[in-house]
Each structure stands twice: as structure tokens, then as C-alpha cells.
Design a protein around this ligand. Sequence first.
Ligand SMILES: Nc1ncnc2c1ncn2[C@@H]1O[C@H](COP(=O)(O)OP(=O)(O)OP(=O)(O)O)[C@@H](O)[C@H]1O
Length: 539
Amino acid sequence: MDSWESLNIQPEILNALKLKNFTKPTKIQLESIPPAIHDQRDILGAAETGSGKTLAFAIPILNGILKARLADKVSDYSDSDLNSNLNSDSENESEPEVLEELDENGLGCVAVVNLPSDNIVSTNKKLWAVILVPTRELAMQVKNHIDDVAKFSDITIAAIVGGMSSEKQERILKKGPEIVVATPGRLWELVQRNEPHLMHLNKVKYFVIDEADRMVETAHFPELHLMLEKINLKRNNKRQNFVFSATLTMVHKAPYRVNIKHKKKIKKNLSPEDKLKSLIQLIGMKNPHVVNLTTANCVTSSVKEMQVMCSVMEKDGYLYYFLKQNPGRSLVFCNSISCVKRLASVLSILKLNPLPIHSNMIQKQRLKNLDKFRANDHGLLLATDVAARGLDIVGVNHVIHYDVPRTAEIYVHRSGRTARASNVGLSLLICTPNKKNIYLNVLRTMKREKELPKLEVEMSNIRKFLVGVKLAQEISMMEDKVKKESASTSWFNKAAEEMEILLDEDEMPKGMGTSDLQKHKKQINSKRKQLERLLSIVK
Ligand SMILES: Nc1ncnc2c1ncn2[C@@H]1O[C@H](COP(=O)(O)OP(=O)(O)OP(=O)(O)O)[C@@H](O)[C@H]1O
């Protein structure tokens, strides 16, 4: 039997799943949920992208909270189980408390003072589960996904992420959500501020690390390691841990220079077994039930993978050609923020309306662009790897690796943004001769013996795309120069105005004078017109 009913899940959850039209569990759900629910096992789950891993840990958590409530075991901090935890804590540690006060303007301010532990202000609600994920967008998505399945219960879920007002998030935590989905940085910041609802992290009943292999990379998340220390300190022995990723068992060779730099640390490349062992140890899992559903291919079989070789100068042209030849919702990945910015400028001159997303953008704009992308069947998102993991956007038709990914893991996660939940999709890798080694390395890590199939390119047709792109690149560079000149001239004029000085042209900053600027703008206009004519025939 592979139905939801066979899993013995609470009716509130079943009804929500029905409403979502999820007729049966996916494979990873089928193999993870029973041992988690019935045997209270820790779960270490590896399964391909888009296979439903979120509900593989979310359902056991929601089910556990509902059942405990039903049995009237523990519903809030006044219960005996948790009280004994609080008491045992207070014997051993006295943590500073955060008091919120109002200043004379009625604005909240936070004072950190040391109070005796019996004065601890708690939210009177138990924090049952902490779910850690690597990016802000993923935290919001996981929260919304669990919200949907918790629809018919009164379980509340909060997302705690950086880039948003921490005061607002403190207010949310004061309401005592049972489940917190967070990025490690912001959560750790609030833990350090002694946020009452997070004071007993070590007592949570469920702890999840999603995208675990990415999360435990020391260089990226020092806060995660600090938090793991806190969570594992005098921990709740009944805690259930869930660790998931699509690339848990994938290991790659560290680049040569990294080996040199960390000569002492990296003694050898980890085997998949070693990698799992070190994760188990770090997170403090007990005899986990391992579900490994990753396939030999690493990328889900419903992704059609392709590659195209071209020179560095032709990259933008090949991208433009592909996008015009393959209408649909496309997600383009670059290795750097500057590349995303440059491409965004060129592609918007080509009227493709690209939406950028990278970590230097303010959070609101990041979310706004994601929403616009979701809403448009022909949307074009230009992203750094901040969008490579976990994002579940229905109907992404194409993933384009504009830059060759640095590791096979990144290749797998990027490619997995398409062909999700039994849909199909296409992944195109654009490679230049100087990156061929990295591309071959990615294939080697995935144990592929053959190169990816070549994208068929109509050579007679591509020339006009290359010409159009070249024009757009020139316009982009010229506009950039004008923008910079205008900004510096306007700053200079403003400063002169404030000092009440009249300036002659020869006193203006060196660079373009007004007449040069005018000439430059004229050239831009004429190139734009030329491009316009060309775009009308590019199909
Ligand atoms: N039982 C189910 N039946 C149908 N669709 C499902 C089911 N479970 C989850 N889904 C849908 O499948 C999609 C992928 O799920 P999810 O985001 O959990 O994948 P994932 O395995 O975590 O992917 P990734 O490795 O990329 O993070 C989502 O749109 C989700 O709503």
C-alpha cells in the first residue's frame, strides 16, 4: 500500500493533503514517514531534487505535535515534562534576559540584563521544532509549504530570516510559534539576544537541517556550528533529527588550491560513507534510518541535459539565441553578482525583461522579483547560486548554467529547479574552452562516462543574434559610463551649489564634458534605433 491512509497520519493533515490534491506520498515520503512516526527514528534522507523531501520531515513533525496534544501530554510550558527541563536548566545556568521597554516616543527598545532564572519571561508556548535552511527564500517557502499542510490544525509556523526587521521577528516569536523555520545567521542573532521563545533550543522535540551538505560547510555557516553546540548541550534525549539533501552522498575533490590552503585540515577526500558519518556526528544523530534514493545519474531523469561550447565573447549571444528559440519560464545561473548585473543590463536592452536575484539586493526586492517570476509563464530570472537550492517554482521550463558551476553539487541543485514533482524540463550548460576542465570534473564527480549531448545550433541563424547582442553590450557599456559621469557631475554640482560657487566647464571634474556627454547620448540613441530594427527581424 502506498496511500496516505497506510501511514496512519492525523486526519487534520490528511484533509490538507487532499485539498492540495496530493493523492499519494512520494517515494521519499513513503520511506521516511513510517520510521519517523512509528519508531521515532532519526532520518537521514537523500533523494533527488523536487521529490518532496520537505513533507518527508514536515509530516512527522506536525503529526507528532497533534498526537501529543491529543494525548494531552504536553501542550505548553506549564506541563510537567517541560517544567522539569526548565528547572534542570535553572540549576545549571543563569542566562541574561531580554526586557522590552518603551522609550519616551513610544518606540520599543531592548535592554539586556541579567536576571535570576526564576524571573525568566517565557512565551508560555512550547517551541517544538527548529528547521534550518541555507537561504531566506527557502525558509519562507518551507514555512508556506508547512502552513498549507497545517491548515486544519492550530499549529503555527514562523520564518525567521535575515534581511527583515528583527524587531518584527521578535514580535512573531513572542506569539510562541510551535515550529520555527530559519536561516542560521538571524536565528543565532536572536538566540544571542536571549529571545525568550528560543531560550530552550536544546529542549526542542524536532530538529531539521535541510540542504544539509551545504549547511555544514564550515566556511559558510559558523553560526550553525555555534547553534549546534547550544542545541546539543544538555539536549532533549527524545529529540528526533531529520537531515535531508539531494546531494548528501555526493563527494567532490576539493580544488587544488584549497588543499594547499587547508593542508592540515583536508587529509583526504571523504568517501560518501565518511561524509554521512561526519554529518551524523556533528548533528548528534542517534542510529539514523538512512533513506538513500539518489540515482546513479544524480540529476533527476525528467531533466533533459544539454551543453553548448562557445567562445567567451559569444556566450551572451548563445544565451540570447537559446532564450528566443525556447520560449517559456527560464532560470539563468551565474557564478557572480557582477555577472548577474551585467547580464541583466544587456538582456533588458534586448527587451527580455530579466529579473535579477542575488545577495546584494535588499530582501524585499529579492522576494518581489521571485513573485514576478512565479507569476509569468515567460519569466526570466537571472540568479547567483542563492537560488540554486530548494526553490520550488512550478513550471520552470529551462535552467541555463551561464557559467559552469564550480561543483557537481551545484550543477545538480541548479538543474533541479526544473522538472519538479513529475514535470519535465531542460538544463543547458554553456561552456567556454577555458572552463572545459571544470565541466569535465563535474561530469567525473557524477560518474558520467559520456559528455552531455550537444545543443543543436543553426549556424546560419545565430549570426544575427550575435550581432544584436554585440549592439546591446555596447549600449550597456555606454549607458553605464553616462550614468557614472552624470552621478559624479551631479554630485560636483550639488557640492558647488551648497558652497554657492558658480562653475565653468573647465572647472568640472575631468572626464566627459557636457558636449561629450551629449555626443555620447546621441550615439546611444542611434545604436538603440539600429538594435530596434534588428530585433524586429530576430526570431
Ligand atoms: N505527495 C506529493 N504529491 C504531489 N506533489 C507533491 C507531494 N509532495 C510534495 N509535492 C510537491 O513537489 C514539489 C517538490 O517538493 P519539495 O520542494 O519538498 O522537493 P525537494 O525534494 O525538497 O526538492 P529540493 O531537493 O530541490 O529542495 C513541491 O511543489 C511540492 O508541493
